[in-house]
Write a protein that binds this ligand. Structure first.
Ligand SMILES: NC(=O)c1ccc[n+]([C@@H]2O[C@H](COP(=O)([O-])OP(=O)(O)OC[C@H]3O[C@@H](n4cnc5c(N)ncnc54)[C@H](O)[C@@H]3O)[C@@H](O)[C@H]2O)c1
Length: 247
């Protein structure tokens, strides 16, 4: 492909859609990986209507064999992967630790951490050979502060930060940058669904900047980390949270 190629997992989600729109605007050809077929189809249609080059693949991101096959197919088709954005994730399950079912605890780690590892592993060889590439992983404010009931999520998002630093050190000599974005409270359907309207407004007002993030706020951070403006930035976590981790 002539165009730069971006693979965005979770690209049909609330933040994901804003990210693929923004990367389309920046001129990338897009491959969206997501298990939600309906949202994936709608996202693809929207991007194509806007004239962006885009493709969608349904995938279970915690399945190592599916990831391997899919990334090999993308590499064959596109010939290059310039940018990987690992976005899929979420709290999924919230319990006090003494009640946290092990299967749910592991499920949270699998989507937030294992899927990130698998997708990074799938692009690293190609990026090293091309001596170019950018990887952006997704952490969270909870990866810094922790959160009651969120032992699995907070641990996975803190692990994403340490994973990102380690991979950045491995890849720096090969011309590949690896960073993380850490959104704060962001207005996506999944997260807003956990609050009633009054609670959501109260929570948003507690943030130092007085509002929750729009998904587009996070997309701007991703676009910056992907760009040559961040050409000397690696191993870092960019906090886009209106100041909320200082609360
Ligand atoms: N929204 C927030 O307030 C917030 C705050 C901090 C961090 N984050 C992080 O940002 C990322 C995106 O959050 P969001 O609010 O847009 O979530 P979302 O649920 O709207 O989007 C996540 C997308 O990932 C896909 N996905 C999830 N698990 C998958 C799997 N196993 N295989 C394939 N696809 C899968 C879903 O289908 C969905 O389209 C997550 O990693 C989340 O932890 C979000």
């Amino acid at each position: 492909m002539e165009k730069k190629v971006a693979v965005v997992n979770g690209g049909a989600g609330g933040i994901g859609r804003a990210v693929v729109r923004r990367l389309g605007e920046a001129g990338y050809a897009l491959f969206i990986l997501d298990k939600n077929e309906q949202a994936g189809g709608e996202t693809l249609e929207e991007l194509r209507q806007q004239g962006y080059q885009a493709d969608y693949h349904v995938v279970e991101l915690t399945n190592a064999a599916e990831i391997k096959t899919l990334f090999a197919a993308i590499q064959r088709e596109a010939g290059r992967i310039d940018l990987l954005v690992n976005l899929a994730g979420g709290t999924l399950h919230k319990h006090p630790v003494q009640e946290f079912p092990l299967a749910e605890w592991i499920e949270v780690l699998n989507v937030n951490l294992k899927a990130t590892f698998l997708c990074c592993q799938a692009v690293c060889k190609l990026m090293r050979e091309r001596k170019a590439g950018v990887i952006i992983n997704t952490s969270s404010n909870f990866g810094i502060t922790g959160g009651a009931g969120r032992t699995a999520y907070a641990a996975s998002k803190a692990a994403v930060i340490a994973f990102t630093k380690s991979l950045a050190l491995e890849m720096a000599p090969h011309g590949v940058r690896v960073n993380a974005i850490a959104p704060g409270l962001t207005a996506t359907a999944r997260v807003m669904g956990g609050y009633d309207k009054a609670e959501w407004q109260r929570r948003a007002r507690q943030i130092p900047m007085g509002r929750a993030a729009h998904p587009s706020d996070i997309a701007e951070g991703v676009a910056f980390l992907a760009s040559d403006d961040a050409g000397y930035t690696t191993g870092q976590t960019l906090h886009v949270n209106g100041g909320m981790i200082f609360n």
